[in-house]
Write a protein that binds this ligand. Sequence first.
Ligand code: NAD
Ligand code: WQD
Length: 337
Amino acid sequence: MRVLVTGGAGYIGSHTLVELLALGHDVCVLDDFSNSSPVVIDRVHDLSNGRVILVEGDVRNDDTLKALMQDFRPEAVIHFAGLKAVGESMARPISYYDVNVNGTLRLLRAMDKVGCKKIIFSSSATVYGEPQYLPYDEAHPLNPTSVYGRTKMMSEQILADWAGSDGRAAILLRYFNPVGAHASARLGEHPDGPPNNLMPFIAQVAIGKRARLAVFGDDYDTPDGTGKRDYIHVVDLARAHVSALDYAVENNGSQAFNIGTGASLSVREMVAAFEAASGKTIPCEVTKRREGDIASMQADPSLANEKLGWTATHDLNDMAQSAWAWQSANPDGYSKS
Ligand code: NAD
Ligand code: WQD
């Protein structure tokens, strides 16, 4: 298939490119490199037999989209491009609505112009908000507590309305907590500045970039008092997109899917796994709770298991091992090819 991947140079996008190329898809990447580097694309090529067509540009730029759609004529789009930091979304709401919601709208309009009817969308478990029950299933009410979460919920609604007619399909993948890296240690997550997320922070402590991990509270109602999350290996997540593509070809309308393992792990369990994988001690200091954090999150992934034929296969050890291999081989991220 001809697949347009917006945000394909990013953390999740890059791993998905490798999977798509391995299956022989024709891939075009649209990325403005606002949170990534062209070096990522070189590395994807090193790891693959195929090559992607790269268009550097903003998903909100109608002229860029028009030219790309007319030249490449995608049969499907995987839409990763967006802003993703929860805290920053509260400080810069308009930027987040513009890139995430307006970007999605413009993309759909450009797709309509060339009759492209299938889209896979990067949504997030954060659309659910405070759990009314766990594990979350896709019928759980949506009540996001951040601007970021609301941009994802609004985009989902727009996509569902768009997919309501004319043989269109919108697959809304609600990712839980992506972690880990490609087995080659050539692709991984490289946050700009201090990491917001747990796993990259632990990894930077392990290589000595940061002195200690602040554990955001150990008085939650969980077995060891620290927050629990459903961590999902990024390669499993990448493969979910490939399964979703097949599903979108066969089905019309919109459908949301939880993409998680169905298990949840505490901060302390993540630290212990990383210590075992790296052989390093991770100094920890318990601090107060982070504002907006919830105690536990866990996916019910059974719908994705059944309908997409997709299941997570990597375990916690794979997550920790690959994250450590990536971090230790690339202490400065994508600074060189
Ligand atoms: P990322 O920042 O690594 O990748 C996003 C990519 O989009 C980057 O390469 C960036 O340069 C590009 N981009 C940003 N704005 C753009 C624009 N206006 N035009 C073109 N390109 C643009 O993020 P990621 O972790 O790979 O996440 C990918 C998607 O998945 C995002 O939409 C994010 O909200 C969503 N998501 C991520 C997580 C997570 O924890 N990483 C969880 C749930 C959902
Ligand atoms: C995990 C656990 C923290 C850092 C966020 C977004 C969500 C999604 C994924 C995009 C929590 C604890 C963390 C640290 C810590 N992104 N922690 N010390 O908050 O579940 O989800 O990323 O869609 O929208 O909200 O992930 O990795 O930040 O935190 O103790 O330095 O680790 O309190 O329990 P979170 P996280």
